[in-house]
Ligand binder design. Structure first.
Ligand code: HEC
Length: 216
């Protein structure tokens, strides 16, 4: 075979390879399955990943009261830098994009008279900003009070929110007392366990006492 023949062979092989490639691409395209955009059929009680119904199996961290008990207002002051573009904190401070925040912990929602609050926030003016309400607000303003106009994504770390709350609470004429830390279930049960041997003790001691009169 001369060189020309070899070239024909090579060209034939190349063509075959290209044909196979094209076939693979085409069939791949044909059988490509578009990813589901939503659950194809709803199963009752089952929410999408990360939803509330994900189950109580997720270990709960310390409660807000526990976090507040050890929260550092000093750290909170540095977290407040995220807020300072829109809020002043000092007494009588001016409104920026958001209202002045002096004394907001424990105050009613929409607590600054004359500030142009959204209808969503103004609608809650009968309710006080409790620790829990503020914590939820700072975690995700959008979820806590839908329709409000504070363009802030939220602070995901519970410790950071607690520190910030401690700082906000300090900046007030009448800081709220910290919430009570509920005793954990284990510590509440502990005395009951300790009581068991104490009950058994008199019973054992009583046996010889009963026997004594019989011996006389
Ligand atoms: C981009 C500007 C912006 C940032 C950043 C921001 N806020 Fe706000 N904030 C607002 C606005 C605007 C409102 C009023 C919302 C409404 O009326 O719906 C508001 C309202 C509030 C309120 C309710 C006040 C009241 O009188 O009821 C609190 C509390 C608050 N912000 C705390 C914070 C804290 C703490 C931070 C920092 C973690 C923060 N905000 C960051 C703009 C902002």
């Amino acid at each position: 075979m001369d060189g020309f023949e070899w070239n024909k062979f090579a060209a034939g092989g190349l063509l075959a390879a290209i044909a196979i490639l094209v076939a693979i691409i085409l069939t791949g395209e044909m059988f490509r399955v578009a990813p589901l955009e939503a659950q194809a059929y709803a199963i009752e009680g089952v929410e999408e990943e990360g939803g509330a119904a994900a189950g109580p199996a997720v270990a709960e961290g310390p409660s807000l009261a526990e976090l507040l008990a050890t929260a550092s207002a000093e750290k909170g002051a540095s977290v407040f830098k995220k807020c300072a573009t829109c809020h002043t904190i000092e007494k009588g401070g001016a409104a920026k994009t958001g209202p002045n925040l002096w004394g907001v912990v424990g105050a009613k929602h929409a607590h600054v008279a004359g500030f142009g609050y959204s209808a969503a926030l103004a609608g809650k003016s009968g309710e006080a900003w409790s620790w829990d309400a503020l914590d939820a607000w700072l975690k995700s303003p959008k979820e806590a009070i839908p329709g409000n106009k504070m363009s802030f994504a939220g602070i995901s770390k519970p410790e950071e929110r607690a520190a910030l709350l401690a700082y906000l609470n300090q900046n007030s004429d009448s800081p709220l007392p910290l919430p009570k830390v509920e005793p954990k279930a284990e510590t509440a049960e502990a005395p009951a366990e300790g009581a068991a041997p104490a009950e058994a003790a008199p019973a054992e001691g009583a046996a010889p006492a009963e026997a004594a009169p019989a011996a006389q």
